[in-house]
Design a protein around this ligand. Sequence first.
Ligand SMILES: Cc1cc2nc3c(=O)[nH]c(=O)nc-3n(C[C@H](O)[C@H](O)[C@H](O)COP(=O)(O)O)c2cc1C
Ligand code: SF4
Length: 510
Amino acid sequence: MTWHPANPIRHTIPETRWPTRAEAAGSLLFQPIQINSLTLEQRTWVPAMVPWRATADGFVTRENLEWYGRFAQGRPGAIVVEATGVRDIPSGPLLRIGHDRFLPGLSELVETVRRASDGHTRLFIQIIDFLSVKRRPEPAKYFARFLRLDERHRRALVAATGDDGWLAASEPAMRAFLADAPAELVEKVLDERELETLTRGYRERVTDTHLPHVEELPRVLPGIFADAAGRAREAGFDGVELHYAHAYTMASFLSARNTRADGYGGARQSRVRLPLEVYRAVRERVGDTYTVGVRFLGDEVIAGGSRLADAIYFAGEFARAGFDFLSLSKGGKFEDAAQPKVGHAVYPYTGESGYECMPTVRSDERGPFGRNVSLATAVKRAVNEQGFRTPVVVAGGIATFKQAEEILRRNDADIVGAARQTLADPDWFLKASLGRGAEVRRCTYTNYCEGLDQSHKQVTCKLWDRVQLDEPNVSLSHDGRRRLLPPGWNAEGTEEGEGMKEGEGAKGKG
Ligand SMILES: Cc1cc2nc3c(=O)[nH]c(=O)nc-3n(C[C@H](O)[C@H](O)[C@H](O)COP(=O)(O)O)c2cc1C
Ligand code: SF4
């Protein structure tokens, strides 16, 4: 069950006025912007979205190529390729960049986007490290195999049952007893982490420094990220985005909940230390002119987590260190995620923080549109006041030309990202710029796509995945029931100066 605000209000997709072609040409949204040595032709941006299309061992597939090629046809200023694993370890059908064997596929991806956008779109790749998250176990299996018994459990059993016999009982007897015991007794015997593993599945944290591979993260991650960034450059990407957001390793170092005592946790200055060391190693590897950006959280939206004041501090440090863009996101944490079903892993977009990451129309009075803008603006103001011009990317419920243009006119951010709206209609930038905004297929913000992501199914959009299934050469999902790409759109026939008039804006589907 995914979290939503109490007593939700069901918002409708507001009508909007799309620009004429001349208005679009004079807008800020369709003006170029410089990022390090690159020029984005326009300030439109497609943030990272995992589409579950890689092979089981992390290689680029034909479906990946088609997915990014289709986005490129809309010619946004930039596309960020989905979170791509930096390590050479199995991670299911998520793209990987932890070894040179991934290079041919990634190079083909770059070529595909260049061709499909006719060289108009810049391509970045988001690189990520994550810690182990296991599925919620069958209780019988947990007690029989996973629980490590020690003296503490014996004493707790004695205290809970009043029976001294547990001090000398055999392990199989303890396991069998616990497997059949009522929840209240189990809660008295297991500690907090053991209970979490039983009820939600095992999940590592950056604070688990008793585990050697977690303890050594500060020593190994700079080199691993640097190698991955070097490969991104070799494959031809225009830049890398270091994934310091949501529920993953680097975000966990930045988190106010990071209490590591080895100089990499506690105070903000210590929490930002590894993220900066990773950045420096990456920069050293790829050189000064290559674009290196970062995605991080304006607010973690969890109890005891980092808030806007932390984000402002981190942003200043990132800008000073030399990051080329700062892309803001919000929430998306494990800590408040819903309890998964047995056999499933916890999914970090099911709690309140997940809601804030990808808000839906079942919302509070503020609605799902542009909820992150104030965070990005506060970060941008603070960074600019410190004398840095590092471009700030904002995303989250931004789906119309009007919204995007107003954000830029107010100087609230420098670049506008739209993930779900671009999934709903990858041509929407092109349609808006050609004065054909009335043809935009507008996202309804009900998160069918996110539900597919949650169940690790190939991500599609409900607005187009069942239409024209009999088209020749249409690629279908594994179950054969959904098309994997939206139907094409033909920009031909756009007259010079053609466009929408006031009040003719496309209506949403509510
Ligand atoms: C299917 C799906 C997959 C996503 N995967 C990623 C990801 O790999 N990395 C990331 O930083 N954000 C990811 N996001 C979050 C989006 O980049 C974006 O921040 C979020 O959807 C809010 O923007 P929107 O309202 O424009 O959709 C994903 C979102 C969706 C819907
Ligand atoms: S599935 Fe729904 S929320 Fe996702 S892109 Fe399509 S319309 Fe938007």
